[in-house]
Ligand binder design. Structure first.
Ligand SMILES: *Cc1c(COP(=O)(O)O)cnc(C)c1O
Length: 346
């Protein structure tokens, strides 16, 4: 497919001049220089300087782990920020639209509303797969982005390769693939195929498998052309020094992270089996993520009962296709045991 990214970019973004920060104008980080350019306090306390606007050290490590060029990575203050940048770069308020597939992650709809962009919601099928023909029939000339979340939150399943390929090949806009839970999945990430599809934009995060929800670091991977557009509009210092420092420190310990992922997967298997045995649980959905979706006899009642015992889970019963469904995050082995024992007593 021949897709012209520039044609998708909003007019005002095409013509605007980005903010040029002091540190952008002089970029030589290698040499020891005297910095009298940014009105910082010169006394070194580790945080007196502005952060690297391009987070080069973090990207270098991610590039090594994920096998993606640093020029194809954009970092933000959580996935929320990179998602918002995508809306602002490509969706003209009060004119363009996007497509999302409920039940899914709530932020897509929030950000569409915030940016005054119509959100066309096309429900997943009963098996939680995208309804590809319906999606394509809803596309019009103002449809800029289709949001896919795989593994999907809250359903826990991954979408079939066939559905994703068909959308990538048939849609003349951006296909956003949210891989927040990919490290828990048996499927391979789509990162390795990114350069085959110029309209594929992938996001990942340090908030889930990597255990760094507190530092807020979201990652977007795309073609150099798309990354350049987003770089032009991002706030210059959007990832602070403390976040960059902690990300580097923890990403270097891949052994520990991989061990934790394996532990969480084992715990998930254990929980899955235990949940199947409880009589008020109607269904336990298979999960490629670090949570399990269950259907119970009465979600509001069971949710409340757990709360009273000091256990907080997520009640998803008001979501489409999630009647009486609860979403349970995999905890530590002690937490999971406590959960199971509590559920048995209900
Ligand atoms: C948790 C989650 C994220 C992560 O968001 P951050 O802002 O990076 O913490 C992104 N997408 C989905 C679907 C999620 O469930």
């Amino acid at each position: 497919m021949n897709i012209n990214i520039q044609n998708l970019v909003r007019e005002n973004i095409k013509t605007m001049q980005p903010y040029s920060s002091a540190r952008d104008e002089f970029k030589d980080f290698e040499q020891k220089m005297i910095y009298l350019d940014a009105n910082e306090n010169p006394n070194d306390n580790g945080i007196n300087r502005y952060p690297d606007t391009q987070q080069k050290s973090v990207k270098k490590i991610l590039s090594g782990i994920k096998k993606v060029a640093t020029s194809q990575i954009l970092l933000g203050n959580g996935s929320d920020e990179v998602l918002d940048l995508l809306f602002r770069a490509f969706c003209e308020p009060n004119k363009d639209n996007v497509i999302t597939l409920p039940p899914t992650y709530g932020m897509y709809d929030v950000l569409a509303n915030l940016n005054a962009v119509e959100n066309k919601e096309i429900l997943l099928n009963d098996d939680f797969e995208p309804n590809v023909s319906k999606i394509l029939s809803e596309v019009n000339e103002n449809t800029k982005i289709i949001f896919l979340c795989s593994p999907n939150n809250p359903t826990g399943n991954s979408f079939s390769d066939e559905s994703i390929v068909t959308l990538l090949e048939s849609f003349n806009g951006l296909v956003f693939l949210d891989e927040a839970y990919i490290d828990f999945s048996s499927r391979e990430s789509w990162l390795s195929k990114m350069n085959d599809y110029p309209n594929l934009v992938i996001s990942q995060t340090l908030s889930k498998a990597y255990g760094m929800a507190g530092i807020r670091l979201g990652i977007l991977y795309a073609s150099i052309e798309i990354i350049e557009v987003l770089n032009k509009i991002k706030p210059p210092y959007n990832v602070n020094i403390l976040t960059q420092y902690k990300a580097i420190q923890n990403l270097e310990n891949t052994k520990k992270i991989n061990k934790q992922i394996i532990d969480i997967q084992l715990e998930k298997k254990f929980l899955f089996k235990c949940l199947l045995k409880l009589n008020f649980i109607v269904k336990v959905y298979p999960s490629e993520a670090n949570f399990i979706l269950i259907k119970v006899d009465n979600a509001n009642k069971r949710y409340q009962q757990l709360l009273e015992k000091g256990i907080v889970i997520r009640n998803r019963t008001s979501q489409p296709l999630c009647d009486n469904c609860l979403r349970i995050t995999i905890g530590t082995s002690e937490e999971n045991l406590k959960l199971i024992n509590t559920l048995k007593e209900l």
